[in-house]
Ligand binder design. Structure first.
Ligand SMILES: O=P(O)(O)O[C@@H]1[C@@H](OP(=O)(O)O)[C@H](OP(=O)(O)O)[C@H](O)[C@H](OP(=O)(O)O)[C@H]1OP(=O)(O)O
Ligand SMILES: Nc1ncnc2c1ncn2[C@@H]1O[C@H](COP(=O)(O)OP(=O)(O)OP(=O)(O)O)[C@@H](O)[C@H]1O
Ligand SMILES: [Zn+2]
Length: 450
């Protein structure tokens, strides 16, 4: 019989966090079917209608063409099923199915969702509350494993510490379609440039020290530096959970830089988990994360998927207009010489090539926005038959079993390509103004010549 969550079940779910699009709750009840699970509920803008449109296909005709190989996705009539199939059928094979948990759909009543909306509001950051609310028109939510804990029974009641990293784009574009006046993009990370716009818009209070190129570098030292920088300025890129409770970073959004009080309380929280022979627990924990990111090589795969965007938005936008058979508004606004360059080569390619460029661009956009969760439990034995890997920490002489999962592998809609182009131009413009024309003085040493 199909399970349906009703109003009475709402008390068993507690606020865990949220991003721009979804609210996440963890299960605190006693039903074996939900222990160790989280629920992900889509949100809707305060004044926007529900994203669920009755009796209309979820995907546009062009999107159905784009994703035609994912047959179940294209055939689904339900928005939640379309998104779930995208994660499973498109992102799963690219990133490795063992790192991707698309979850299952569970039916919910409108009353259940209304109750959840009421009970979580006081835990949510006010900016998120003002922007969006639970979409109570949904019939389904996704239930998936809680990646801040190990599956029930497998951790022998040992403490579980997990880290969530939103790495963002890990490479510098090389595309010849990048306009000359935007050449700064070829030697400054998108993350760094976006920081300038975010600061300007007061979305953040200070520039993050984090450089994605360090995290994706494959060098243990640079990965370690990236972790230290994420720890110093977590924003919405870094969180740490102990047994499912947040101990560092912003709940439901970003946070400002880590101060002395936060550092001390974090150090205290690590007491039952990290036993250093010398130095602080925090330093050993950062080493553990760096060692694991390096050892697992899981970011290599993510980087390959991000690099499916090989033309940059300044190239992909032309293929997008080809694919929609619409006049290219970008070429219309370019001066003749530049338009000629872009139009000639891209507006004359076959339709299936345009489709491929657009499709790969959207897949890469998902890979640039997802997060990675790594969970650790201390262990004294290494079970050779275990499905998990393990890592040894010389500084604590401890062994940890770990698992890695990607989360937030959501479908990016076709129409967002126009927004991506606009935002890209805005970011470069703002960064160029801040840098006062001398871009290189804004580039951190480790991004130069990479
Ligand atoms: O465009 P970006 O790089 O700012 O990414 C957006 C994220 O901003 P960030 O810079 O990570 O703080 C943004 O995150 P926040 O809301 O800032 O936490 C969302 O992840 C957004 O995705 P979507 O609109 O929910 O599908 C993200 O939008 P997409 O570009 O991935 O569609
Ligand atoms: N499977 C999971 N296990 C544990 N925690 C999770 C899980 N999925 C999500 N979370 C928590 O909930 C938060 C919000 O989830 P998610 O990133 O999927 O939201 P989103 O709205 O899609 O994000 P974005 O703003 O990037 O679009 C995450 O940052 C993470 O802390
Ligand atoms: Zn064009």
């Amino acid at each position: 019989m199909e399970v349906k969550l009703e109003k009475k079940d709402a008390d068993d779910w507690v606020y865990r966090g949220e991003g721009a699009a979804n609210l996440v709750l963890a299960y605190s009840g006693s039903s074996p079917a939900f222990i160790g699970k989280v629920m992900r509920i889509p949100k809707v803008g305060r004044n926007a209608p529900s994203a669920v449109v009755q009796n209309q296909p979820v995907l546009t005709e062009q999107e159905r063409l784009l994703w035609k190989e994912a047959k179940e996705m294209v055939a689904s009539q339900n928005k939640d099923a379309v998104e779930r199939f995208f994660t499973e059928l498109v992102m799963g094979p690219l990133l490795g199915p063992k790192y991707v948990d698309a979850g299952v759909l569970v039916r919910v009543s409108g009353e259940f969702l209304k109750c959840i909306e009421e009970k979580v509001t006081r835990h949510r950051p006010s900016l998120r509350v003002d922007a969006a609310k639970v979409d109570v028109e949904r019939d389904y939510v996704v239930i998936m494993s809680d990646h801040t804990v190990f599956p029930h029974g497998s951790s022998k009641r040992r403490p579980c510490i997990s880290v969530e990293i939103k790495p963002k784009c890990g490479f510098l574009p090389l595309s010849s379609f990048i306009a000359e006046e935007n050449a700064v993009k070829k030697y400054t990370t998108r993350f760094r440039m976006h920081q300038a716009l975010k600061l300007n818009n007061k979305d953040i209070s200070e520039i993050s020290k984090y450089n994605p190129l360090d995290l994706f570098s494959g060098s243990k030292e640079r990965i370690h530096k990236a972790i230290e920088d994420l720890f110093a300025t977590p924003q919405n890129n870094f969180r740490v959970f102990l047994n499912g409770s947040l101990i560092l970073g912003g709940l439901g959004g970003g946070t400002s830089k880590t101060n002395t009080i936060t550092k001390q309380s974090f150090e205290d929280d690590l007491k039952g988990v990290i036993q250093p022979t010398k130095g602080s627990r925090t330093a050993s924990f950062m080493q553990l994360i760096a060692e694991t990111v390096h050892h697992s090589r899981v970011l290599d795969q993510l980087l390959d998927v991000q690099k499916l965007d090989h033309l940059d938005i300044e190239g992909a936008i032309h293929a997008y207009y080809n694919f929609l058979s619409r006049p290219c508004t970008v070429c219309m606004n370019l001066n003749e010489a530049k338009a000629l360059h872009a139009c000639k080569s891209l507006h004359s390619i076959p339709m299936d090539e345009s489709l491929k460029i657009v499709k790969n661009y959207l897949i890469a956009a998902t890979a640039k926005d997802c997060s990675m969760m790594i969970s650790f439990v201390p262990t004294d034995d290494v079970d050779a038959g275990s499905q998990y890997s393990s890592v040894h920490m010389p500084s604590t002489n401890q062994k940890f079993t770990y698992k890695v999962n990607f989360i937030d592998l959501d479908l990016k809609r076709l129409k967002t390509i126009e927004d991506y182009y606009e935002l890209d131009q805005k970011i470069v413009k703002c960064y160029s103004q801040v840098a006062g024309g001398d871009h290189r003085k804004c580039v951190p040493a480790s991004t130069k010549n990479v």
